[in-house]
Design a protein around this ligand. Structure first.
Ligand code: HSE
Length: 320
């Protein structure tokens, strides 16, 4: 291993990219992270930023822009060891993030992403490529942001997961919780958007596709390999205020033989029935522990940045 610091390239400098940049700078003296530096950033709006200064967010806030550069060329010319892909979600083709990740992996760079498109739609191909190149393809932020979800299994060596259930979409859970309290669907959706939880296109949230992408990713990680296109997906458009009051949640479920997303009426003593507002939760039913749970925020600038930092530390530990 060389003694130089490992370099990080950030693709996409929107909310998540800026959150990660700030968090990294705050935590960079932590053991392990002090072996990394953010060497460059590429963003459609702000351009190609080499050796960014810690006050970059302030600089661009004042209107500073940098030379424009095509993202794929920038990846090919970069000497970064880790590429953090934070561009936008596309659940139809996974582009352009898919091409960015493929290019980086082919060049032997580790990839960290919070973007659900490529892991949900191209999981086998990208993990196969990472394996072939001897690098990691990390995606903690795609499922419940920095709140432990599938990565809980790292703490349970040998445990076999029999099934997974979850409330994995903050927007729909916020809407259902608000409907319980008497608000109508569209007011609650507008509030969730104003809070920054909803995807740009709320269809992904409301019609269950965002949740479906998350349970697909978990299914792949567990080796069940349910494909996104084969999932049974129903969103919350037809849930009535009465059903919402009756503990109806948008539930994601997977086991080895099936995976689906649909609104379900939960029992009063079901832990998932108590997940309120934008909170997310996951239940892993294991052979060794029975059911274990994790609950916390599933979105947000700092919360998603935490997930990318978690992945970075995991890569660092493997290198050590
Ligand atoms: N729109 C998503 C949600 C964001 O509401 O949970 C996190 O994936």
């Amino acid at each position: 291993m060389t003694s130089r610091k490992s370099k990080i390239m950030i693709l996409g400098f929107g909310t998540v990219g800026q959150g990660f940049f700030d968090l990294f700078n705050r935590k960079k003296d932590m053991p392990g992270l002090n072996n990394f530096s953010i060497s460059e950033i590429v963003d459609m709006k702000y351009g190609h930023i080499l050796n960014p200064r810690p006050d970059l967010v302030e600089e661009i806030g004042k209107g500073k822009t940098f030379e424009q550069k095509d993202v794929v060329s920038a990846i090919k010319e970069s000497d970064a060891d880790v590429v953090c892909e934070f561009t936008w979600l596309n659940l139809k083709t996974a582009e352009p993030a898919y091409t960015h990740m493929k290019t980086a992996l082919e060049l032997g760079k580790h990839v960290i992403t919070t973007n659900k498109g490529p892991p949900a739609l191209k999981y086998k191909e990208l993990t196969g490529l990472a394996k072939k190149k001897g690098v990691r393809f990390m995606m903690k932020g795609t499922v419940m942001a920095g709140t432990p979800s599938f990565n809980l299994l790292e703490l349970l060596p040998g445990a076999e997961v029999k099934s997974v259930r979850g409330v994995m979409n903050g927007t729909t859970n916020y809407i259902l919780t608000s409907m319980e309290q008497g608000k109508d669907f569209s007011t609650a959706l507008k509030e969730a958007q104003a809070l920054g939880y909803a995807e740009a296109d709320p269809t992904n949230d409301v019609d269950g596709f965002d949740t479906a992408s998350k349970i697909t990713i978990v299914s792949h990680i567990l080796g069940w390999n349910h494909e996104f296109k084969d999932l049974e997906i129903e969103g919350i458009r037809n849930v009535t205020p009465e059903q919402a009051r009756d503990r109806t949640k948008l539930v994601a479920y997977a086991d080895r033989s099936k995976a689906y997303v649909k609104p379900m009426k939960l029992e009063r003593d079901d832990v998932l029935s108590g997940v309120r507002g934008v909170m997310n939760a996951i239940e892993l039913d294991t052979d060794t522990m029975g059911k274990i749970y994790s609950m916390g925020p599933g979105a947000g600038k700092m919360q998603t940045a935490q997930a990318a930092l978690t992945d970075l530390v995991s890569i660092m530990k493997e290198k050590a």
